[in-house]
Design a protein around this ligand. Structure first.
Ligand SMILES: Cc1cc2nc3c(=O)[nH]c(=O)nc-3n(C[C@H](O)[C@H](O)[C@H](O)COP(=O)(O)OP(=O)(O)OC[C@H]3O[C@@H](n4cnc5c(N)ncnc54)[C@H](O)[C@@H]3O)c2cc1C
Length: 244
């Protein structure tokens, strides 16, 4: 595990990737690489009018030896930290502390993986997938992503490109409030975990899958309990990160 440090980051660029999600690309002011394990998070120190506060954000990009990294922030209604980051101007400098966290996956891990993420909970899973693919890993990497509406789907083009380029990547989207034109899966992610896990077990043959779950507590708890108690997944194979 990498040792956390304190450093300054500059907002290099930012873009809205869904109606309530802003992706921010930061660069370390000291130009050193952010040496993190895929799946880890950092604390951003935010100088709010009511006083300084710290908020945790998963690193959405794989370590690539550069000083740049991405996070994606959901704007929470009346949330001081997320509102501040949605309004932050390019060029602004903040303090950051990290990397932190044990929700990680080694890029060359050969185990089949089922990634389950809702909303910005997909970001550490994206970092894990990017890192595994960059390492040339052929482990099955299956992502189940959940959102409310079609416009809330994050990183769709990137994930679809991964599935075209890599036969061992599979990408499933489910919407809890699909529009009439939506022909894909619907309902909560937990509805689709059992079938995907059984298929992944069959595809992985000898190795038992690991399940990585990230998002808000209610979903994370539901998927964790489903995996452990109903689907018989070894507790050491269920990895979780919650945002609330
Ligand atoms: C390890 C870790 C990693 C995190 N990574 C991310 C990330 O990559 N992207 C991100 O947007 N947030 C992430 N969060 C949540 C983030 O730290 C803040 O809690 C969030 O931005 C809200 O802060 P706030 O000051 O705006 O609102 P607060 O007043 O602090 O929070 C209000 C409420 O918002 C809810 N909430 C928190 N996060 C979310 C969310 N993502 N979507 C919807 N509701 C939420 C919670 O119920 C919380 O109680 C992470 C949290 C943890 C612990």
């Amino acid at each position: 595990m990498k040792k956390p440090e304190t450093f300054e980051v500059r907002l290099a660029s930012a873009t809205m990737i869904a109606p309530t999600v802003r992706q921010l690309m930061f660069e370390r002011v000291d130009d050193r690489p952010l040496d993190h394990d895929p799946g880890q998070w950092i604390n951003l120190v935010l100088p709010l009018p009511e006083g300084e506060c710290r908020r945790a954000y998963s690193i959405a990009s794989a370590p690539d030896g550069s000083s740049h990294f991405e996070v994606a922030v959901t704007r929470v209604p009346c949330g001081p930290g997320s509102t501040y980051l949605h309004d932050l101007s390019e060029g602004s400098v903040l303090s950051a502390i990290g990397p932190h966290g044990l929700f990680t996956r080694a890029p060359d891990d050969p185990s089949p993986s089922l990634f389950v993420g809702t909303g910005t909970g997909v970001t550490p899973l994206r970092a894990m997938m990017q890192a595994a693919l960059a390492s040339g890993s052929k482990a099955p990497l299956w992502l189940l992503f959940g959102a409310r509406f079609e416009e809330d789907i994050l990183y769709r083009a990137e994930m679809e490109a991964f599935t075209r380029a890599h036969p061992h990547v599979r990408y499933t989207i489910t919407l809890s409030r699909p529009g009439e034109s939506w022909t894909g899966k619907s309902g909560y992610v937990q509805t689709h975990v059992p079938a995907l896990l059984r298929e992944l077990e069959a595809a992985g043959a000898s190795a038992a899958p690991h399940v990585y779950v990230c998002g808000l507590e209610r979903m994370v708890k539901a998927v964790r309990e489903l995996c452990r108690h109903e689907l018989g997944v070894d507790r050491k194979h269920v990895h979780t990160e919650r945002y609330d």
